[in-house]
Design a protein around this ligand. Structure first.
Ligand SMILES: [Zn+2]
Ligand SMILES: [Zn+2]
Length: 464
């Protein structure tokens, strides 16, 4: 008999076009480090053969031309203004284009915007899009390991320029760039890269100031000085952004948030946020934080050149922030001295308490016995009030009968505990035997007595 239920259609096989086959190992990074050998370390003896001479040329020529040129060439204000504008344009080619569009796919850009950014990025002379994005994806995936091409653990200058000047000791960890291999604009830029560099890095910034008769100033300031700034601005994202500032979202790795880095990098300085939420088109989440790259992308959307600007759910962003805030509060909590609790103190009977009052000033409040010898003279309400309650239960008087003491007074009182009155805490009203500073505490998961997951083994439940 055939089934009354229709057979499920077999889903079409999805062809896996990904070129990367990763070995299934517990930890990919340690597996690669174990199974591959790095090149020998760079020493004075092998330095010349281990230098990446193209990078040496690309990174030393612009500063050399800039210093010599600026010494002999007067800077005109029209050219200065243009050089700064051109710095922003070519810089955005890297930040809004190479980084947020191609490396992270944090928004969609129309063809016009893609060409606009690919051309601008060539003017920053930082290699073609695919090479740049491949390294950057490896940087995010293997942050702070030897498979991170600009591993910040190797030091500030290594992550700034050293990783380019020296031949890498290891191949960067695998990263999928198959989407970029198929991308029309990325392929076009790669094909014409040398010509685009000549035109955008040198010819255009020289020719535009020629319009106001300052081609030489354009060559020096808008081409070469500007190139130095835009290059080192990007390099700061790998060095400064992994070194200066705070970790408000996660402190597992080196990325940091700092306004100074943001000012140097067209808004890429909120790098702790960026490493946590790399697909977010923003680096700065507050309106007042400096992120011109975010503003630029937002404007292109308003003009119809971009769409699908990705943002991470605010709820999840705030969880990261809360975790770090709790971590800092926990450190404060652990740095303070806390009162002894009833498990650490001797249990004393009422008779014994009365007996011991003959030799030292003891007062019972909320079931705890306090030695107030060091405080009698310092009591703001006067010593006589304390003396009056020695050998008595002063709970009611302390909590309003005579004076409703402040939380600070209650916290201080708890530090004077020397014993627990037998049966006293059971009789104490409300939770007054807990000092105010201890009513809200930060506990690690393992310290919580009743785990949120403790019922998981019981019975069957329904997913809500
Ligand atoms: Zn980074
Ligand atoms: Zn990134």
């Amino acid at each position: 008999m055939s089934s009354v239920y229709p057979r499920k259609a077999t889903p079409p096989l999805i062809k896996d076009t990904s070129p990367i086959v990763l070995p299934e190992v517990e930890n990919y990074v340690s597996h690669v480090l174990k199974t591959t050998k790095p090149l020998p370390p760079v020493t004075y003896n092998n330095l010349l053969s281990e230098l990446n001479w193209i990078a040496v040329f690309v990174l030393t020529l612009p500063p050399a031309v800039s210093f010599i040129g600026a010494y002999y060439t007067k800077l005109r204000w029209e050219t200065a203004l243009f050089a700064v504008s051109y710095y922003f344009y070519t810089g955005l080619g890297i930040t809004a284009g190479y980084h947020r569009l191609w490396a992270h796919r944090s928004y969609n850009a129309g063809k016009f915007l893609q060409y606009f950014l690919a051309i601008a990025g060539a003017g920053a002379l930082q290699g073609p899009i695919k090479w740049w994005a491949r390294g950057h994806r490896a940087h995010h995936r293997y942050t702070d390991t030897e498979l991170d091409p600009y591993n910040a653990q190797e030091g500030f200058w290594y992550s700034h320029v050293g990783w380019m000047l020296l031949k890498p000791r290891r191949k960067p960890g695998s990263a999928d760039v198959s989407d970029l291999s198929k991308d029309e604009v990325v392929r076009w830029q790669q094909k014409h890269y040398p010509l685009l560099v000549l035109v955008m890095a040198v010819a255009v910034p020289t020719l535009i100031p020629w319009l106001w008769g300052d081609a030489r100033g354009g060559y020096v300031y808008a081409a070469f000085v500007r190139l130095c700034f835009v290059q080192h601005s990007t390099f700061c994202v790998n060095s400064l952004a992994h070194w200066l500032g705070q970790s408000p979202f996660d402190d597992k790795h080196t990325p940091r948030d700092h306004v100074v880095t943001a000012l140097c990098t067209l808004g890429e300085g909120y790098h702790n946020f960026h490493h946590q939420f790399p697909m977010d088109y923003r680096n700065a989440i507050r309106w007042y934080q400096y992120d011109p790259t975010k503003w630029f992308i937002w404007c292109t959307k308003q003009l119809g050149f971009a769409s699908h600007l990705k943002t991470f759910p605010d709820n999840e962003v705030r969880k990261g922030q809360l975790t770090m805030q709790l971590k800092r509060l926990r450190e404060t909590q652990e740095s303070l001295v806390w009162p002894s609790d009833n498990n650490d103190l001797p249990v004393i009977s009422w008779d014994s308490y009365i007996e011991q009052c003959a030799t030292r000033p003891l007062v019972v409040i909320s079931g705890f016995i306090h030695d107030v010898a060091s405080f009698i003279e310092e009591h703001p309400g006067g010593a006589h009030w304390i003396v009056k309650y020695i050998g008595k239960d002063a709970t009611t008087a302390f909590f309003g009968g005579v004076y409703d003491h402040s939380n600070a007074a209650h916290n201080l009182l708890a530090m004077k505990r020397v014993g627990v009155l037998h049966g006293g805490i059971r009789l104490a009203v409300d939770d007054k035997f807990v000092s105010p500073a201890q009513r809200l505490k930060i506990a690690k998961y393992a310290e919580l007595s009743s785990s949120a997951y403790s019922d998981l083994e019981d019975g069957e439940g329904l997913l809500g």
